[in-house]
Design a binder for this molecule. Structure first.
Ligand code: ATP
Ligand code: MG
Length: 270
């Protein structure tokens, strides 16, 4: 065990101070741009969108629409000409493109150009490579240091600047150590700082405890959108609700909103 308390997966290289210093910090401070969500009402609720450079978490039970919301945000940012990296630990990337298509979000045409999809198979392959090369001690695709290494290499190789990085799901990175959720998120944030990304992470909600799975990650977020459903047994149907729990730098909408997920349209706020 290292002095930081992170077990064996610790990479050989340590975080260097230089690495954590964001590039072009001054410029970004002057122009606080906002990224579109692709959903008009949500943009209004957020005073124009997601502040560039922030970490927004989308938390909710299975099936509430976290992935659908991520697809909208990714699509809107691609349309705006941004570079987008979509990390999916949940679905093979073909399924993701197919799901987007069902909501009339054409991600496929951006694929391998400004859209870079990273699925669990890519992470596995890379994890084994870096282990073979002796750059990391264990081949764990769901190690946050490994993810950071992968993303930094990708940005360097493709020349990506200030990308939108979607991590769906972030909870997958602490599935076997939920008590480390805050620490893992913080570490990831430091290791990615140099890329000056805007990050959307999905958090799984533990239905049993009524809170996010994993301790304290939400404190690291600049923003949290929470999604839930009414008790389906009592309601005898799916009724979806959401709220913006926090969004730093933003006088955001503070009430519950109702929404549906609709074929051909996706996430529709009523
Ligand atoms: N083509 C479609 N038309 C209408 N609704 C759809 C369609 N495809 C999926 N849905 C709805 O969206 C839900 C899936 O949403 P989504 O995958 O975003 O959930 P999630 O919150 O990411 O869940 P998980 O935590 O399991 O990943 C489905 O259960 C279904 O109700
Ligand atoms: Mg999902």
């Amino acid at each position: 065990m290292s002095k930081g308390g992170v077990p064996k997966e610790e990479p050989i290289d340590e975080i260097e101070e230089e690495e954590m210093k964001p590039r072009r910090a001054k410029r970004a401070r002057r122009e606080r741009l906002r990224l579109p969500t692709g959903i008009e009402k949500l943009d209004k609720f957020l005073q124009g969108g997601i502040p560039q450079g922030s970490w927004l978490f989308i938390a909710g039970e299975p099936g509430t629409g976290k992935t659908v919301l991520c697809l909208h945000i990714a699509h809107a940012c691609l349309r705006d000409g941004m570079d987008v990296i979509y990390v999916t630990t949940e679905q093979p990337f073909r399924d993701l493109l197919e799901q987007a298509r069902q909501f009339d979000l054409d991600l496929a045409s951006f694929n391998k150009d400004t859209l870079h999809v990273v699925d669990i198979f890519n992470l596995y392959e890379h994890a084994w490579d870096v282990r073979k090369n002796g750059r990391m001690k264990v081949a764990d695709p769901l190690n946050p240091d490994h993810l950071a290494m992968y993303l930094r290499e990708l940005c360097q190789k493709e020349g990506l600047e200030n990308p939108l990085i979607v991590i769906d799901s972030l909870s997958a990175f602490w599935v076997d150590k939920p008590a480390m959720a805050r620490r893992i998120t913080y570490r990831l944030k430091l290791r990615l700082a140099r890329l000056r990304p805007t990050v959307i992470g999905t958090l799984q909600y533990a239905v049993t405890t009524g809170s996010s799975f994993g301790f304290g990650a939400e404190h690291i977020a600049d923003g949290i959108i929470m999604l839930w459903m009414d008790d389906v047994q009592r309601a005898s149907e799916i009724r979806r609700h959401g709220i913006i729990k926090k969004m730093r730098l933003t006088d955001h909408y503070r009430k519950v909103f109702d929404y549906d997920i609709v074929e051909g349209k996706g996430f529709v706020i009523r």
